[in-house]
Design a protein around this ligand. Structure first.
Ligand SMILES: CC(=O)Nc1ccn([C@H]2C[C@H](O)[C@@H](CO)O2)c(=O)n1
Length: 108
C-alpha cells in the first residue's frame, strides 16, 4: 500500500509563532501524521482557522515513545517539558508509539 506524501501540516494557533520564528524545530505526532518525507517542503497552517503561516522543510521522521520524551525534545519544541507532555496527552490520550518530525523553517 502506498501512502501519499503530505504537503501540509497544522499546528495549534498559539504554537505557530514558535514555528514561524524558527524556535520550534520538531513536532511529535501519531502514526496518522507521520508520513512526511525528509527533503520535502510542507506548508504550515493554523489548526483552528486554517491560515497559512510559513513553509518548512522536513529533515527527519523518527519513532519516539511517549515515555522517552525528555528535556532534549522540550527544548526543540520550545516548550517546558511538563507542558509538552500534557499537550501530547491531550491530543493523543492513549498512544505510546509516537513520531518525532524534525524540520527547518524556510525563510521567506
Ligand atoms: C491536528 C493537529 O494539528 N494536531 C497537533 C498535534 C500536535 N501539535 C503540537 C503540540 C506540541 O507542541 C507538539 C507535539 O505534539 O505538536 C499541534 O500543534 N497540533
Amino acid at each position: 500500500m502506498s501512502v501519499i506524501t503530505p504537503t501540509k501540516i497544522t499546528f495549534f494557533e498559539f504554537l505557530t509563532p514558535l514555528v514561524a520564528s524558527g524556535k520550534k524545530t520538531i513536532t511529535i505526532r501519531d502514526i496518522s501524521e507521520s508520513h512526511y518525507q525528509p527533503g520535502t517542503q510542507v506548508e504550515v497552517y493554523t489548526l483552528e482557522s486554517h491560515i497559512k503561516v510559513c513553509d518548512i522543510v522536513i529533515l527527519a521522521v523518527e519513532p519516539l515513545a511517549f515515555d522517552d520524551i525528555n528535556e532534549f525534545h522540550a527544548a526543540q519544541e520550545s516548550l517546558p517539558l511538563d507542558e509538552l507532555k500534557h499537550l501530547i496527552r491531550h491530543v493523543y490520550p492513549d498512544q505510546q508509539r509516537l513520531f518525532m518530525i524534525s524540520f527547518s523553517l524556510i525563510e521567506s
